[in-house]
Design a protein around this ligand. Sequence first.
Ligand code: ZN
Length: 458
Amino acid sequence: MHDLVITSRRAVLPEGERPAAVAVRDGRIAGIHAPDAAPEAAERVDLGDVALLPGLVDSHVHVNEPGRTHWEGFASATRAAAAGGVTTIVDMPLNSLPPTVDVPALEVKRAAAAGRCAVDVAFWGGAVPGNLKDLRALHEAGVRGFKCFLSPSGVDEFPPLGVEELRAVMAEIASFDGLLIVHAEDPELLADPAGPGYAEFLGSRPGESERRAVERVIALARQTGVRAHILHVSSALCLEPLAEARRDGVRITAETCPHYLTLAAEEVPEGATQFKCCPPIREEANRDGLWKGLADGVLDCVVSDHSPSTPDLKVPDFAAAWGGISSLQLGLSAVWTEASWRGHGLGDVVRWMSAAPAVLAGLDGRRGTAGTAGVGVAAGPTGKEAAAGPGGKGSIVVGNDADLVAFDPGAAQTVDAAALHHRNPVTPYHGRTLSGVVRTTWLRGRAVRDDAPHGTLL
Ligand SMILES: [Zn+2]
């Protein structure tokens, strides 16, 4: 007897989209059957033409708790995640206080999150000047990898690494085969905006700055052998060096974000700093380049970089406003809206937003094999392998956690910032009509409910 069987004519499995009945027992996917051969279960859900997806894994979320909980906290962020079809988030090490740069700070953060989370939560650590000695202990304590900046981060307590510090951090992380994730903008090519408008802000952070930083990370990754990942690629200028490095076997992956794929500099309204983020949203032609990068497999993941603040920090001056976009609840629909128009299927979206980020963060259930070779490949563990470790995330395969989403790809929604679950009602998607609506989110086989959060800390 199973706990739950969910049937859909559009189950998005690693091998493609097909009718299937997914059987759940003890929080795991216990079987994938033809719809007319589904086993007995205590509860049955028939989704009809509503698609069944694996829960999304958003490996780039700034929760900000503790310390800046008025910007965003674990309860509100994870409710937003669940409502948007995201069943696992990986929290960034900065903007919370203290930043997650040593084991005591990780313990503080875990204590702040415990019992409050509607979805599963894992953590990134930070690599900053002076904490080289803490990296191995953080790795052993369970962080999924280490974030660093090459340019100022926006908060004083999380300074960037210089070139020699970066080299030393890479060598240290390589020594335990960890992962370094990099905010890649070269500070030498950044400037203070010449005025308050979007054009001046965009001009102050050119794509060449991203490309130069990516080239530096690649050069040092070649030397040290470290696994490296480029966060939030906004400039298509980065694609060529990334593709070349991967052809050469450098262990490097990259992500982009829904806002770079769906918004464009030309359409940012005057003073609308809810569109401000670093690196910036660039022109339409660049956006087309990013889509090509995804189609070519040079970009692996699409993750939110949800980085909220209170509305008062979003002053109508692009030079002065806080840089960060709030979109955790909307990424799936925003990306699906644009992806479907560009000829991509749900399988592509699931690969970019669930399977690849799960592999990146080592949450796909194939422990010890979370190298770059696996990113983008949705093949999951067999039931036998999975039984040995924690349940995997990121794909509908037997043995993985039953993190599942009912997604109605043909329905539409018009975004009302005030109706979203994240803490402050600010988002550049306000007023937009997006395709695709999340109907239900299951975390380990149980429907997520606001009044009884059952997320765990991974
Ligand atoms: Zn970020």
